[in-house]
Ligand binder design. Structure first.
Ligand code: GLY
Ligand code: MN
Ligand code: MN
Length: 444
């Protein structure tokens, strides 16, 4: 069981004594007509509450002197008529007990109660300048407190961004989070294997997307963590392609970047494989290069190593390969380092080798050590979760060997940093040339 109260206590302990934090969840968003997008809570709010209903706000009061910290939830009231249409809602009374809050009130009372809670608080923590509606609410609350100045009440004098404190907490995944992320990785890995088995020339990309979505949902994942990319042939060189409506041809590769979201945690996997089950020699050369780059990246992941090291390791392998295969003209550069300094790789490798992963697919957390003036890349620590996703993308161009034109390859896995290295969360997705060739097109 996730101890949300312990997370709230850890946050409150970092706030000024007597300060107040306000954190709303995400709004419902209309898609069209009377139809909303599937509701997704705000990640920060869920991290501190476990509460999934829209129209909810957490207010946290830091301890001061003898007065302990307090957590107050504002949420929708019970509404028997709406519940017939939309389903169960807790209502403040049941939510208070079920979610371990000290108090809970109807969200309709938020604006009336906030000025009282903010009276004499030295500081307010909230997501500053990230949400116009919240900024306007804060302004109204503060004005209401200031209007009472003559009765001796003081309004908060300091306003702090709440999110950096939460970002640092979310960056280190606890045991529960790691278990959920491992399961999300397993489900997504099996989904990739399912798509491989279903693949054959003459299918549309969306047929493979359907296999992925089926496998996610069939295994209990609530959503895709992001829009799946199923990019065959030249589409693989379009990094954010996701129309997924092309007919896949014999002799092409297909790049699939897809991961599920399970219980609020993302997974993020890319696999690239031949539609007909056999790598051509040119495809295989590039594939094995990307695989070697990923291996080099893994070897650079351990507690204490800088975040930047795994990208640098992958890049060196990729650029060595680009020189050897003639993608980068070897005569122009004396060394891999020279080619990297001249950014000769950028036409073929234009993204970083990973990112933090967690409740959000591109998860929160600083990539640099902001406490040091020169802001060096921060050191990895056990519990950090990240993706490792080298790639190579070859568009037609003068001087680039034609055998590699239109080939786009990325291989992406998810890892968690451990005490002595790292753990891969996504090894259920087949990856070696042999594993892929044995599986593609073999059917259910
Ligand atoms: N799927 C998003 C990413 O790989 O960063
Ligand atoms: Mn990624
Ligand atoms: Mn991805």
């Amino acid at each position: 069981m996730t101890d949300y109260a312990a997370r709230r206590a850890r946050l409150a302990a970092q706030m000024l004594p007597g300060a107040v934090a306000v954190l709303p969840t995400a709004p419902e968003v209309l898609r069209n007509g009377d139809s909303d997008y599937p509701y997704r809570h705000d990640s920060y709010f869920h991290y501190l509450t476990g509460f999934g209903e829209p129209e909810s706000v957490l207010v946290l009061l830091a301890a001061q002197g003898e007065r302990p910290a307090r957590a107050i939830l504002f949420c929708r009231e019970k509404n028997p008529e709406r519940e017939i249409w939309d389903g169960y809602r807790y209502g403040p009374e049941a939510a208070r007990t079920a979610f371990g809050m000290d108090e809970a009130w109807p969200v309709s009372e938020l604006d009336a109660r906030l000025p009282d809670l903010l009276a004499d608080a030295p500081a307010l923590y909230y997501a500053t300048a990230s949400n116009a509606a919240l900024d306007a609410q804060v302004q109204a609350w503060i004005k209401a407190v200031r209007a009472r100045a003559r009765s001796g009440v003081t309004a908060p004098a300091a306003f702090h961004d709440l999110l950096p404190l939460l970002d640092e907490m979310r960056l280190i995944k606890d045991e529960d989070e790691q278990a959920t992320m491992l399961r999300a990785g397993e489900i997504s890995g099996h989904a990739h294997a399912r798509a491989m088995r279903a693949a054959r020339p003459g299918l549309h990309e969306y047929a493979l997307e359907a296999e992925l979505l089926y496998a996610f949902r069939r295994n209990g994942a609530q959503f895709p963590a992001y829009t799946p990319i199923v990019a065959s042939g030249p589409n693989a060189c379009v990094l954010h392609y996701n129309v997924n409506d092309r007919l896949m041809q014999d002799g092409e590769l297909v790049l699939i970047d897809a991961g599920c979201e399970l219980d609020g945690y993302a997974s993020d996997i890319t696999r690239t494989f031949p539609v007909n089950g056999r790598f051509s020699p040119a495809q295989r050369r590039l594939y094995e290069l990307v695989l070697a780059a990923q291996e080099a990246a893994f070897a650079a992941i351990a507690p204490g190593r800088p975040y930047s090291a795994f990208h640098e390791a992958a890049l060196r392998v990729l650029v060595r390969g680009m020189l050897d295969l003639g993608l980068i003209p070897a005569g122009k550069f004396d060394s891999v380092e020279d080619a990297i300094a001249a950014k000769a790789h950028v036409p073929f490798y234009m993204h970083g080798t990973g990112h933090w992963l967690g409740m959000d697919v591109h998860d929160v957390g600083a990539y640099r050590d902001l406490a040091q003036a020169e802001k060096p890349s921060r050191a990895l620590r056990p519990g950090m979760a990240l993706t490792v996703e080298p790639g190579i993308y070859v568009r037609p161009a003068d001087g680039v060997p034609e055998a590699y034109w239109h080939i786009g390859i990325r291989i992406e896995d998810d890892v968690i940093v451990t005490e002595d290295g790292y753990r891969i969360l996504t090894s259920s997705a087949p990856k070696t040339v042999e594993e892929i060739e044995a599986l593609v097109g073999k059917g259910a």
